[in-house]
Design a protein around this ligand. Structure first.
Ligand code: NAD
Length: 347
């Protein structure tokens, strides 16, 4: 933490270097917040995103509008498009990369496997090849998003980075685990130092329409029945987006060396049934519920041990779930988020 604070102060200083950081997936949920946080501490974030239609492109456009309002440049491009990557890196004199672009979602991976291998594995390798070719790895660590899903059906909680991982429950999980191995490979071959961040169920304003906080809010407000998987017994380590982003930004300051994999969670898993109650309380009325069994691809529990993140990143998640949900529901109402319904994809 001390080192991070000192480096942060150097970056902030009037004469200190202000790295230009490309954030891939910047039209996405975590990407948008990461750009805003970088800007706040005096860096120059450049957003990069293909703006795919996995969910509402209108919602993604509203995030891009927010970036622009905050003076952040946005480039529309595919991470698999090496020409566009190189052009963007050279036009904007980019020195560092935070890679958050991916095909996210566990359930969607059951029916759309090739979206995952292409966007999460192929593009990851194109990006690393570009980094090596342009020598960007000499400027510091390459930071990318992994996922708590790599722990699969791990029985031992809380999940620790040193746990053996051999039981992925979805192709999404396998592609993220593959990225971690590829990260290690590029260190062995080309000395690319990286940090893979295992995010645990991120939530907050501008969140994703395919995730529980959104789906529950949408259904309760529309008086539709919510499906409560695993009869409400599953536990999820919901992590507020501002907390996550603190860990993402601090990763830029970790001194290069061996690749690191780090949990970014909250360390306080919430039982699904309790989570539903919290959303009901904030929305103001009760949900119609249909309790059903566990879904294919799902895992019963996620629970992060965040000791390593605290030690290496000065990470300190401190948003209580009650406050986080209240903030999300407030945003959901103010933004009239029902217009971005998952079911009403624009293209
Ligand atoms: P998101 O879907 O909101 O954002 C991802 C963005 O990447 C999208 O805007 C999409 O258009 C873009 N993208 C996809 N493929 C691309 C490509 N080939 N080129 C350029 N852009 C592309 O997802 P998010 O919730 O912001 O997640 C960010 C990252 O964190 C992802 O890597 C995701 O897998 C990971 N993650 C998220 C969570 C979570 O709870 N939100 C949990 C674990 C891991």
């Amino acid at each position: 933490p001390e080192m991070t604070q000192k480096m942060l102060a150097d970056f902030k200083g009037p004469n200190g270097p202000k790295p230009t950081v490309m954030v891939t997936g910047a039209a996405g949920f975590v990407g948008m917040w990461t750009c805003l946080a970088l800007k706040k501490i005096g860096m120059t974030p450049i957003g990069y995103d293909v703006v795919n239609n996995y969910y509402s492109t209108d919602l993604k456009q509203s995030r891009i509008a927010k970036l622009k309002e905050n003076g952040i440049e946005f480039v529309k491009g595919d991470v698999c498009d090496v020409g566009k990557l190189k052009e963007t890196i050279s036009n904007h004199q980019i020195t560092r990369i935070i890679h958050l672009a991916a095909q996210a979602g566990v359930r969607y991976s059951l029916d759309h496997p090739m979206e995952y291998t292409r966007n999460n594995i192929d593009c990851f390798v194109y990006l690393l090849e570009t980094i090596v070719e342009l020598g960007l790895h000499k400027n510091g660590r390459f930071v990318y998003a992994s996922s708590s899903s790599v722990y699969g059906n791990n029985k031992k909680v809380p999940f620790q980075e040193s746990d053996r991982l051999e039981d992925p429950a979805s192709l999404y999980a396998s592609t993220k685990r593959t990225d971690e191995l590829i990260g290690q490979t590029y260190y062995n071959l080309h000395n690319v130092s990286s940090i893979g961040l295992r995010f645990f169920t991120v939530y907050g304003a501008y969140g994703r329409p395919d995730m529980a906080p959104w789906i529950f809010s949408e259904k309760i407000m529309s008086n539709e029945t919510i499906q409560v998987f695993n009869h409400g017994k599953s536990r999820r380590d919901f992590t507020y987006v501002e907390d996550i982003v603190q860990g993402v930004v601090n990763s830029l300051f970790v001194v290069p060396g061996q690749p690191e994999l780090i949990n970014l969670g909250n360390g306080r898993p919430v039982v699904l049934a309790d989570f539903v109650r919290l959303v009901e309380k904030e929305v103001g009325w009760e949900a119609k519920k249909n309790h059903i069994g566990m879904q294919k691809g799902d895992v019963p529990v996620t629970y992060a041990d965040i000791t390593k993140a605290r030690r290496m990143l000065g990470y300190n998640p401190n948003t209580p779930i009650e406050k986080g949900i209240a903030d999300f529901v407030t945003w959901f109402r103010d933004a009239n988020a029902l217009q971005y319904r998952m079911t009403k994809s624009t293209s």
